[in-house]
Design a protein around this ligand. Structure first.
Ligand code: NAD
Ligand code: UGA
Length: 435
């Protein structure tokens, strides 16, 4: 199969590279000429473990290339994937579909033979139908079908998730499109990954419902964690005990500083807006959005309390600012709420993050950057552990504490055992457990 991938962000790039690894011939297209130049030179513009190696292998095999020329890539393709951004629209919380629509218009003018135009971006119900309308209005003669193929990969584990998915969801309207999509995903079907075919609207809905459910699960345990702190329970034990129930499952029950990232926040907001628009308010999702905001602010209160409310002039070291480990993505990271609050209250904030500096320098003014945790904590009054990078999981706690002038640590990812923190001389707080 010949594939054109429109958009080389986290999803488009990973999907394009993985499709080429299946043996398909893939051209990844982006508007951003600088990005395409870097990709063509073999440079991966994002941090995603394993991606550089897979990309190099498939470029060398001449199955993968990069271009700004959408028309050429589309003209030759059996399937064109739209993987452009669908960020929150300013003002009303809806998904901004302008990039998807612009891509559809451009694709329409370049279609030649029969082509399946597949939306991989996360889009509200009805968007694929809208893409079909744009295509037929712009190019009335074009021979095409549309398909909805939402993506479920996680940043930081994107290749593994793409190559070994729990399921692939494909919404189609007829067998012709289904056959093309089946051929594209055959390597995964052969590995027994379920490829589930649905109608267009159900495929679109599955994506929002899945993300909102996961965001709800996290928010549920975060709220339980706050209660654990009050009643003297340990949320780690609580989530373990809950997760052993096969109906609940252990995943996404790690209490933390609130979910962030490029998707849960924007997709929950979009789903809430869709519900309001159809007069079926999604009250659980609306509450999850509010509670998650409150949880991020609660983290600020916890840190202030830890320092007895006296923040001004205190030196605070923050370990980790990306929204999760193994990514350089800072979109809607809890650090964007917590760090400015500390800076605003007059703290001297020293930050370290294995991959977050590039974006972080732009998004977190007024902090200083440090190469490693031991450097960041020099003469600090307090440490805030905000993202659970592996590099922060096995710190020499005694060395860390000795480098500081204070003894306060906020372990907002519950990485360390309370006895180890106490033994190293820390006065510690964590999430959902008294220490
Ligand atoms: P991104 O913002 O990282 O990348 C989007 C890319 O599309 C950019 O490089 C941009 O230059 C390019 N682009 C925009 N319009 C274009 C056009 N007309 N022609 C060519 N290129 C164009 O976005 P992302 O994080 O990869 O997300 C893309 C979509 O996938 C979103 O709908 C998102 O919700 C969904 N999604 C993302 C993830 C994730 O982990 N990031 C996971 C699943 C689904
Ligand atoms: C999430 C989904 O997991 C993917 O399936 C989906 O494809 C993607 O959104 C998307 O639609 O873009 P991602 O945002 O990359 O993936 O990262 P997650 O691992 O889901 O983490 C999201 C946030 O939840 C992070 O801030 C993380 O720290 C937090 N989280 C996650 C918790 O606080 N506790 C948990 O138990 C799990």
């Amino acid at each position: 199969m010949r594939i054109a991938m429109i958009g080389t962000g986290y999803v488009g790039l990973v999907s394009g590279v993985c499709f080429s690894d299946f043996g398909h011939s893939v051209t990844c297209v982006d508007l951003n000429a600088d990005k395409i130049a870097r990709l063509s030179a073999g440079e991966v513009p994002i941090y995603e473990p394993g991606l550089d190696e897979l990309m190099a292998r498939n470029m060398a095999a001449r199955r993968l290339d990069f271009s700004t020329n959408l028309a050429d890539a589309v003209a030759q393709a059996d399937a064109v994937f739209i993987a452009v951004g669908t960020p929150t629209r300013r003002g009303d919380g809806h998904a901004d579909l302008s990039y998807v629509e612009a891509a559809a218009r451009e694709i329409a003018t370049a279609l030649t033979d029969y082509t399946v135009v597949v939306t991989k971006s996360t889009v509200p119900v009805g968007t694929n139908a809208r893409v079909a309308r744009i295509l037929s209005e712009t190019a009335p003669e074009a021979d095409f079908d549309v398909a909805s193929n939402p993506e479920f990969l996680r940043e930081g584990a994107a290749i593994e998730d793409f190559m070994r998915p729990d399921r692939v969801v494909v919404g189609v309207e007829n067998d012709r499109a289904r056959d093309v999509m089946q051929a594209i995903y055959r390597p995964l079907s052969l590995r027994d990954a379920p490829v589930m075919f649905t109608d267009l609207a159900s495929a679109e809905m599955i994506k929002y419902a899945a993300n909102a459910f996961l965001a709800t699960k996290i928010t549920f345990i975060n709220e339980i964690a706050s209660l654990c702190e009050r009643v003297g329970a340990d949320v780690k034990q609580v989530s373990k005990g809950m997760g052993l129930d096969g109906r609940i499952g252990p995943k996404f029950l790690h209490a933390g500083p609130g979910y962030g990232g490029s998707c849960f926040p924007k997709d929950t907001r979009a789903l809430a807006r869709i519900g309001q628009e159809h007069a079926v308010p999604q009250r659980i999702v609306e509450t999850v959005i509010d509670v998650n905001e409150a949880i991020k602010r609660r983290m600020v209160d916890k840190i202030f309390d830890m320092l007895d409310g006296r923040i001004a002039g205190k030196r605070v070291a923050v370990l980790g600012v990306t929204f999760k480990p193994d990514t350089d993505d800072m979109r809607e990271a809890p650090s964007l709420t917590i760090v400015p609050a500390l800076v605003g209250a007059g703290a001297e904030v020293r930050v370290t993050d294995p991959q977050g500096r590039h974006e972080g320098e732009r998004l977190l003014p007024g902090v200083t950057w440090h190469e490693d945790p031991y450097d960041a904590v020099q003469e600090a009054d307090a440490v805030v552990l905000l993202t659970e990078w592996n590099q922060f999981r096995a710190l020499d706690l005694t060395r860390l504490r000795k480098a500081m002038r204070g003894t306060a640590i906020a372990d907002l990812r519950n990485i360390y055992r309370s006895e180890d923190l106490t033994a190293a001389g820390f006065k510690a707080i964590a999430i959902g457990r008294g220490l």
